[in-house]
Design a protein around this ligand. Structure first.
Ligand SMILES: Cc1cc2nc3c(=O)[nH]c(=O)nc-3n(C[C@H](O)[C@H](O)[C@H](O)COP(=O)(O)OP(=O)(O)OC[C@H]3O[C@@H](n4cnc5c(N)ncnc54)[C@H](O)[C@@H]3O)c2cc1C
Length: 404
């Protein structure tokens, strides 16, 4: 494969950015990553690797490391405030627990290890301007105050993508669609709660999910709806201290082992708090700039598909860029043509799914418990989840390209 003179700039060293760097380097393209955080971000709970994304990690040669880092979660118990179990949902390919789950930070570390000797990663900076010319893109780095030319720019900077705002302007604002949910993720490395995840719901649209981290600790997700009444104000917390105090107040009356989880949260250093929003753009590229992963088509954590989409997207985008090294716009339009059906399917979250998982009152909670018991006996989870999994959508094969 031929090498272009100017490097490729990848904005964002998360899952999508690191995976893309791997494939571009393998295809002979010189690329640089700029990551806004001062180092690899340590936060995040369990993420699923499903369907085609499992093939992608195997083609990258990291499936062994990923399996060894699996959280070993065997399934999810729905519990009540006294810890009583209302239905058990064992891990399975289309299930609430996927057959392969890993901590987001572990996957990011594995990907970083794979590229670190070949790809330059600039930490603690970001771009604040992009000027496109006929054969290149000139970007300006905010912290270093330097300008540099690149052949193309890839925005892999997550759901709040700055690259998207710079390039898509007004359309970027309307592309951002909150689903009425805020989520706080944190970990308690020395609290072992066993191999089953526990899932507890409380009135007012609150839910809490405590999961094994595979290393003798627990990761916690506190999710609450913000489209209803009193919790709405609480989404306005600004500093991490405000978020911690706010979450402690919001979940203080929930019961079970939650006081212990809150105590751990108050001193944890990896709390990640965000609004759940999807991204819907008419097109994922403009000229020599293209978006990848959550920046282009975030499905939210409700889908369980964000990371799988990022891994598959990185593979397809790199393949198309290597097939069309001097015609980036052709590469980008083919990338979108191939992947749009897959990503749109992953984004199909029904409004009732958010409500079912975050009930407003005790009637809805009892309904959820009843469904959980029924689903547990009849193994209904495969039917509930199957319709939002993009299984069965064919993605073009690039086998010949990567043979050598
Ligand atoms: C800290 C963190 C924790 C997460 N935890 C979970 C979780 O527990 N469960 C879950 O389902 N999903 C979680 N996610 C989201 C999940 O990682 C993504 O949905 C999925 O992996 C797709 O990855 P991505 O690379 O497109 O986006 P992300 O993983 O969000 O990565 C984007 C990267 O870009 C960086 N960045 C942001 N702005 C800029 C900028 N202007 N310039 C340069 N770099 C920038 C970010 O620091 C980040 O490293 C988390 C994301 C982050 C950032």
């Amino acid at each position: 494969m031929q090498q272009q003179q100017l490097p490729v700039l990848i904005c964002g060293g998360g899952i999508a950015g690191l995976a893309l760097a791997y494939w571009l380097h393998r295809g002979g393209r010189h690329c640089i990553i700029v990551e806004r955080s001062p180092s690899l971000r340590p936060s995040g709970q369990n993420i699923d690797i499903r369907g085609l994304a499992r093939d992608v990690i195997s083609w990258m040669g990291i499936d062994g490391s990923v399996k060894r880092s699996s959280t070993m979660e065997v399934g999810k118990h729905m519990i009540d405030q006294s810890g009583r179990i209302w239905g058990s949902h064992p891990a399975q390919p289309n299930g609430f627990t996927a057959e392969l789950e890993i901590l987001r930070s572990d996957l990011a570390h594995i990907l970083q290890e794979v590229v670190k000797d070949d790809v330059k990663i600039i930490y603690g900076d970001y771009i604040d301007d992009i000027v496109e010319k006929e054969d290149r893109v000139t970007v300006h780095f905010h912290e270093s105050k330097e300008s540099q030319d690149f052949s193309v720019v890839i925005g892999a900077d997550g759901v709040g993508s700055k690259t998207r705002s710079i390039v898509f302007g007004e359309e970027a604002l309307s592309a951002y669609r909150p689903i009425g949910l805020h989520q706080g993720f944190f970990s308690l490395p020395s609290l072992d709660m066993g191999p089953w995840a526990r899932w507890l719901q409380a009135p007012g649209g609150r839910s809490i999910l405590a999961r094994p981290n595979g290393k003798g600790g627990t990761t916690v997700l506190m999710g609450f709806t913000t489209s209803h009444g009193s919790t709405n104000k609480r989404a306005q917390w600004k500093s991490m201290e405000q978020v911690k105090v706010g979450l402690a107040e919001l979940y203080g009356d929930v019961g079970w082992e939650v006081p212990k989880l809150i105590e751990g949260m108050m001193t944890c250093d990896d709390l990640y708090f965000s609004e759940a929003a999807q991204i819907h753009l008419r097109s994922w590229s403009r000229g020599r700039v293209v978006l990848l992963g959550d920046a282009a088509h975030c499905p939210t954590s409700m889908s369980g598909m964000g990371t799988s989409c990022a891994l598959v997207g990185a593979y397809v985008l790199a393949s198309e860029m290597c097939l069309h090294p001097f015609h980036p716009t052709e590469a980008f339009s083919e990338y979108e043509r191939v992947l749009r059906p897959y990503m749109e399917k992953a984004q199909e979250i029904k409004p009732w799914q958010v409500s079912l998982l975050h009930p407003q009152n005790m009637y809805q909670i009892w309904l959820g418990r009843g469904l959980s018991v029924l689903s547990s006996y009849l193994d209904l989870q495969k039917y509930l989840k199957r319709e939002i999994k993009p299984e069965g959508i064919e993605v073009k094969s690039y086998e010949d390209l990567w043979k050598s």
